[in-house]
Design a protein around this ligand. Sequence first.
Ligand code: SF4
Length: 362
Amino acid sequence: MGLTREELVEYFAQMGEPRYRADQVFRGLYQRRLRSFEEMTDLPKALRERLSQAASASKLTVESSFTSVDGTRRVLMRTGDGHPVETVFIPSEGRDTICFSSQSGCPLKCDFCLTAKLGLLRNLTPGEIIEQIVVVLNDVYGVGGETPHGTNLVAMGEGEPFLNFENLIKSLQIMSDEEGLHIVPGRVTVSTAGIVPKIYEFAKLERRPNLAISLSAANDKLRDKLMPINRRWPISDLMKAAKAFERTLKRGERFTFEYVLLGGVNDSDRDAAELAAMIREHRLNKVKVNLIPHNPAEQLDYFPSEPEQVKRFKAALEAEGISAYVRTPRGRDIYAACGQLAAKSVAVASIAAGIVAEPAGI
Ligand code: SF4
């Protein structure tokens, strides 16, 4: 788990096995979504035993899975060394979306985010990143079951993806393989809190996913407080990087600014005007703004904006010719919504919301 198809071929060559065995295992891991060599019954028994001793088809154990009243699921897993990994499945009439984690915990200290309270536990390996998708698809559709709606991925779970850049890009490369999960880069969005040098690096990638930049304030004073990474790379640097990225977009492509709306903090008419002015000043023409109503949690001192104010904020951007969308909160009751991932244990989340956790038999 976590090797590209070519690396797997190389691995099997070193074992003295032919290429088609590597292809079988690759399909077993990612198409049939099997998490042990034992289940790959198309391999000879002796080879399965050899593989089980020498390698690993699974890096994560599933601890619990929660299902929200709106159908959203949050799966809590653990790495081999015991760190939490959380993944969220968001069903919709069109495509399903899976929100996956790139790190266990997060080193950035965004003031409105529960994951920040965990601190950074560690970067996830490519295998640990990919297995989240395998586990969640199996959880929802059964082991190897068809995924009738297709899958969009967003790197918006725990962690700052651009601080685990190489592992993230490698895992996306493996996930895009047509012999495997076949989730192409166009179906993937990577969300950064603003690691400026990596935005430039990302822009240069040949087959790259979509980009979202988490903004949440249009002036440095407020953004310094809400997202302390801004002290390292202030808004002017971030906007230059955004503009450089925008120049690489093809016709019809756009990138996204994410803006978490915090009641009475960054959601006034003035804040909306400031955001519009900033976008205009930097001549960003291929950007859309996703407005994310804050998801409350007891350890955070913030509140969601009034629905009326959310509408006003959106309308103010649109009046300036900027596309703006309001993201419907999903999975709040199971601590699955944006900014709520903090490895909440079965007891805390299920008792608080009266939700029954399903046994971890995935
Ligand atoms: S919002 Fe994202 S980058 Fe900020 S602390 Fe939370 S997980 Fe980390």
